[in-house]
Design a protein around this ligand. Structure first.
Ligand code: SF4
Length: 77
């Protein structure tokens, strides 16, 4: 995937070669890391109705929000 050779996928435009293992602000290389797959029951019933919904949490994030409620997933991989 040529976009990862000089990554400018998001506005940070780090320019790192993720295919060679370099990481930018998001700390992602060329692999997708999934932290959690689970059901989300009883949450936001106006969207998920009575059967709930599923959720996938991807590790890493390029936002680095100081009060992130998922800090272990978003910043500590
Ligand atoms: S933060 Fe990540 S996705 Fe964004 S440009 Fe940098 S390496 Fe690419």
């Amino acid at each position: 995937m040529t976009q990862l050779e000089k990554c400018e996928i998001c506005p940070h435009r780090c320019g790192v070669n993720r295919q060679e293992g370099e990481v930018g602000r998001c700390r992602c290389d060329d692999k997708i890391k999934i932290a959690l797959v689970s059901t989300h029951n009883y949450e936001e019933p106006c969207i998920s109705k009575i059967h709930g919904s599923g959720t996938i949490f991807f590790s890493n994030c390029n936002l680095n929000c100081i009060y992130c409620q998922n800090y272990e997933i978003s910043q500590e991989r």
